[in-house]
Ligand binder design. Sequence first.
Ligand SMILES: O=C(O)CCC(=O)C(=O)O
Ligand SMILES: [Fe+2]
Length: 351
Amino acid sequence: MPSLKEDVSIGNLGSLQTLPDSFTWKFTAADSALPLSSSAVEESIPVIDLSDPDVITLIGNACKTWGAFQISNHGIPQKLLNDIESLSKTLFDIPSEKKLEATSSDKGVSGYGEPRIASFFERKMWSEGFTIADGSYRDHFLTLWPHDYTKYCGIIEEFKGKMENLASRLLSWILGSLGVTVDDIEWAQKLENSGSKVGRGAIRLNHYPVCPEPERAMGLAAHTDSTILTILHQSNTGGLQVFREETGWVTVEPVPGALVVNIGDLFHILSNGKIMSVVHRARVNQIRSRISIAYLWGGPAGDVEIRPIPKIVGPAESALYRPITWNEYLRIKYEVFDKAFDAIRAVNPTN
Ligand SMILES: O=C(O)CCC(=O)C(=O)O
Ligand SMILES: [Fe+2]
């Protein structure tokens, strides 16, 4: 009998009746999430109304406690969220062979494929995704949708524009909670003066098909995002979990219309570790497939050096990390993964 194991393509996981060996993960007790009892709900990340007059304090507390929060009244039209969710569903419904024609040519650029972090894990993850990082996504869209190409590119561009705006509003509030402004980030100030963008946005569409044995499978393994911050839309099916030292894994239940905000590594560096990037993962389930759309707001292009903001470090402390460009940080992250902060620790801490 031919071995099924080698034939498994991430493009049609949803049709499998059993979990192939290569997708089987071993979990310890500490790996499981809290049951969602009423007390556990209190123990999840807060939902913050962005029109609340105390928004800076609320965001600051959530960032320091969790490194993540949900937002309502964020100004992203529900129709746009629905549109990008149905774009994603349509994309992942395409037959596997056709999706594979849109495979990204290189890691980190646009196209279809398994999660970028897959190479750090022995076991395979129960998900497929499509990354939109540069303009080459349009070529893939043309292959996938010769007729609806313009409509779908329009949705992506509108989503990118609105999310970028929201991301920079969030950055101002998060910095405000630490008593600084964007003007205290030397490179951000220079970029703004020259009319350039502070952060560069990428989009990752994720699909987690129904899974025959969800308790032994992993949708997306534990990681931190390399970004300044990430804004996530999850469909009405939960699966996202965040890790907190004191509590363990906590499920982030979808709240209709709300978006999830995660602090990424770049903000961790800027804040000198005062606000830490949040470890998170996605689990899967047996009943409903799940879509999530991550807007990954990364760092500046070129030779701009990122370092902890001097005003945050303060006179009595030292900068924990050495200056580093965004591209160099990404290179290190995709070499050493969860040891990236160790790799960029300042040798002779200075302030
Ligand atoms: O699907 C999710 O809830 C998480 C997605 C995620 O963490 C990512 O795309 O980086
Ligand atoms: Fe993530």
